[in-house]
Structures are given as structure tokens and as C-alpha cells.
Design a protein around this ligand. Sequence first.
Ligand SMILES: C[S@@+](CC[C@H](N)C(=O)[O-])C[C@H]1O[C@@H](n2cnc3c(N)ncnc32)[C@H](O)[C@@H]1O
Length: 271
Amino acid sequence: MSDPLAVISLHQDTPELARTYEQLGVIQFNHGKLLLEPLALKPGERVVDVGAGTGRLAEFAAHLVGPGGRVVGIDPLESRIAIARLRQSSNLAFDTGRAEDLSRFGEGEFDVIYLNSVLHWISDKRMVLQEARRALRPGGRIGLTIQDPTAPHESRLLLRRAIAAAGLDEGRLSAHGVYAATDDELRSLFEQAGFVGYQSELRTLVETHGNVDELLGWSESSAFGNFLDSFTYAEGRRIRAAFAELVEAHRTPEGLRLARYLRYAFARKPD
Ligand SMILES: C[S@@+](CC[C@H](N)C(=O)[O-])C[C@H]1O[C@@H](n2cnc3c(N)ncnc32)[C@H](O)[C@@H]1O
């Protein structure tokens, strides 16, 4: 991919995708609760949820910091922020904005910044970490989850096979995973941005989906319009049909069981 910046678009989301994400993004919410555990938010702390989506995890964080704390969620997608705003309260606010530009926040304004399933959508990771470091107070904590290129999600592998089964070139598959980062890459990015105490762990997260439409709806809405967008509508239908057949191998009495792999990474700004 010669111009990775051109790969992921922030202009293809729709209100419908945002509503679907609000229903099905409970998966990311559960992964996000595992991210917040080690960050150990305390009452009174000030927190930014970068790439907050429809705001479910930020709402949970707001309960943890309590009435004396404050959580701000930002996301570039207006339809998602519109839903997130329905969650606003005295200690929880949302606004549109990108991770690469936190200039609206003062230096050292926050105790904790986190990004849950967001950084693999962003190419300029250096800028994201630089901005986060500036907005954190000395000793402030950062945590994030990100896909690892060496451990693609099972659904991603199935999608590649489905594209081939549909007689199409899987090289045309854009987006998801393109900006994933290895542990070494992350460690070096954190160090270059001036963070200390980097720690990470690759976790396996097994999810059960009711049916293939739910699984595809989840993938589509998580990708805010970047899912199979490099294929025509007719090609997309063929890929989905092939995917529906292949995913049957993952059926259990509870539904379609698929493993995902996310790296959980943590660091702090020096005191
Ligand atoms: C899979 S969703 C995760 C949403 C939310 N963090 C959650 O846990 O439900 C990925 C989110 O990353 C956001 N995102 C993509 N590029 C971004 C950027 N440059 N800055 C901030 N957020 C971004 C998208 O708008 C989307 O809401």
C-alpha cells in the first residue's frame, strides 16, 4: 500500500452504521473494561477517552471517577458523537475531534488517557502519543488496545478466504489491520514519545455471535464504512455469501465462536 493515509476514511460512516455500532459494540465495551482495570481509575481523576465511538466505555469510566472526576470523550465521527452525547452528564462530555490533535486540552490537564480499539485505525501513531503525553500530567497513565499484525483476528482470516472463494483478489482488501503494530514497534513509539514503564500483553478474546449477519454487521459498523469498501456491491454480496459458508465451521450450540487478538499496552509520563 503506497499511501496508507488514503486507506482509512473518516468520511464513509453513516447514522445507520453508528446505530448498529451502538447495539453491537458491546464487544469493544467488554474489551475496554479489561483495559480500564489496570489503569485503576480513581474517584476525582480527569480522563480522556480518545476515539470514544458511541461513548459506552466513557460512561463506565465516568462512574469510576465519580462526581468529583471528569471524563471527556472525543471521536471524529459526528454520528457516533451524536449518540454518545445522549450519555452526557455532569462529569461526562463528548465532542468531535481526532487523536492526532489534542490542542483543545491544556498541558498536563489529565490523569489518564486511553484508546480502546482505536490506534490500529490511525497511521500517525507518533503524533497521537506525542499529543497524549502533552495532555497528561507528570505521572499520568496511558493505556490502549491495538491489533497485532502477527495475530490477525480469525474473522479477518476467514474474510480473506471468502474473497478468494468468491474469485476475487484479496490484495484489494483495505483497511482493518493495515495500521496494526507489533510489540517492538509500540515500545519504540512509546519511548520516542517520552513515556516510561511500557508494558504490554497480547490477549486472546473469544466472542460468540448470534448469526453471520450479526457478525458482519459488527465488523462493518466497527470499521465505520471501511469494510469491503474497495469492492463493488455485487462483489461484496459474493464475498458475504462465501463468508457465511466458511464461518459455519465455527458454529457452536451458543452461536459462532471466533477468537480475536488484541495487544493491551500501558505506560506513564515520567514524574
Ligand atoms: C472500533 S471503534 C472503537 C470505539 C470505542 N473506543 C469503543 O471502545 O467502543 C474505533 C473508533 O476509532 C475512531 N477513530 C478512527 N480514527 C480516529 C482518529 N484519527 N482519532 C480518534 N478516533 C479515531 C473511530 O471514529 C471509531 O469510533
